[in-house]
Design a protein around this ligand. Structure first.
Ligand code: NI
Ligand code: MN
Length: 227
């Protein structure tokens, strides 16, 4: 059985049916919303980082140093990882529109509208063997081409920021859900800091209004959704 586990903020662990562990934006140490310790994490097979802000880069270096894990990402972000001591054999360069396959998992890079120190912010669509298709939007504002992503990829689960200020707020995120038309949406990137939206209630209400066919799954940090 596979699962998606929310580690708080934009950090997720995805465990495939085959037992592979994928970490996206693994901010563990110093993440006030993360319920687990770095030491408690299972060894990573794949590490994905949407951009180099501290709340996304997080413990990526430590996860990559610990074992066999590889990273797929933009060349500029991978350059940053290399500067921090990750050997280039572990790094798979790609860019927006590209897809790499790791252990049967197709990782597609999508655009995102935000900022970054090195490179450009992006999102990921993961197509797991036998499903599901999971979209992690990264940090982004609303953009109309989400509709194209929804048409091209049969997205089962969309992980969307709703916290406002640095990303989409609940109103924009609900419109993003309508455009993407996933089976399930899980809100992220809220409540972590006082300046962000503190709950998912308004988002859930707006999704029921704008995209009534989509199931809103609100996890607690540490919570799991099995597939
Ligand atoms: Ni950011
Ligand atoms: Mn962020």
């Amino acid at each position: 059985m596979g699962l998606i586990r929310w580690l708080g903020h934009a950090a997720f662990q995805i465990t495939t049916n085959e037992g592979r562990h994928i970490y996206i934006d693994p901010w563990i140490k110093g993440n006030p919303a993360c319920p687990v310790q770095r030491e408690d994490l299972e060894e990573a097979d794949l590490v994905l980082v949407t951009h180099d802000h501290f709340d996304h880069l997080g413990d990526a270096v430590s996860l990559l140093k610990a074992g066999k894990a590889r990273a797929a990402g933009q060349p500029e972000l991978l350059g940053l990882l290399e500067d921090k001591g990750i050997p280039s054999e572990k790094l798979m360069g790609m860019n927006t529109g590209g897809t790499v396959e790791v252990a049967g998992i197709a990782v597609t890079m999508t655009q995102a509208f935000h900022s970054a120190g090195r490179g450009w912010p992006i999102g990921f669509i993961l197509t797991l063997p036998g499903g599901p298709v999971i979209y992690h939007a990264g940090d982004t504002g609303l953009f109309g081409d989400l509709k194209l992503l929804g048409e091209l990829y049969n997205i089962d689960v969309a992980l969307l920021p709703i916290g406002g200020l640095y990303t989409m707020d609940p109103l924009q995120a609900a419109m993003a859900v309508k455009l993407l038309s996933p089976r399930v949406v899980m809100p992220m990137h809220y409540r972590t800091f006082p300046a962000l939206v503190q709950g998912a209630g308004e988002f859930a209400r707006l999704v029921r209004e704008k995209a009534p066919g989509v199931e809103v799954v609100v996890l607690e940090p540490g919570g799991r959704w099995e597939f």
